[in-house]
Design a binder for this molecule. Structure first.
Ligand SMILES: [Zn+2]
Length: 148
């Protein structure tokens, strides 16, 4: 029914869960505006839950893999964890304030579960969108049939 690949549940879930892994987040920072010497470096950004979403116009755009909060306008001296928490105080990941290696298995599983629920919400929204568009198209078809 849903040929549009954006609506494949498997793709949705895999894409969402892949960024629970810090290394996968780090890989998105191929280009970053600051060097390793700065506080606000790519490794710290990935550690603090961000994935790179930058463009030519906005080379320092990122978003949180967990709460989806988009942020830009970074300064070299910004602490990614602090910025994350101050802009997204309800983000369960931002509240951790620690590296992946220091997270217990229990915490990791809790995060994973919350992320899955978030992903399901986004998926349901996409399905609703799809159904709405399909409904409008169907309505047009019915009108066309009745006009004949
Ligand atoms: Zn977040």
């Amino acid at each position: 029914m849903f040929e549009n690949s954006n609506l494949h549940l498997e793709v949705f879930v895999k894409e969402s869960l892949q960024y629970l892994n810090e290394e996968n987040r780090r890989k998105t920072f191929k280009k970053w505006v600051f060097t390793k010497k700065e506080v606000c470096n790519a490794d710290k950004m990935a550690e603090a839950g961000f994935i790179y979403t930058g463009t030519k116009q906005e080379p320092d755009s990122v978003k949180c893999f967990f709460c989806a909060k988009p942020l830009d306008g970074w300064e070299a001296t910004d602490d990614p964890w602090k910025e994350h928490l101050s802009h997204a105080p309800n983000c369960s990941f931002a509240k951790l304030q620690q590296q992946q290696d220091n997270i217990t298995m229990e915490t990791f599983l809790d995060l994973r579960e919350e992320l899955l629920y978030r992903t399901m919400d986004i998926y349901m929204d996409a399905l609703r969108d799809y159904a709405e568009k399909a409904g409008k198209a169907m309505f047009k078809d019915i009108c066309r049939i009745l006009d004949k």
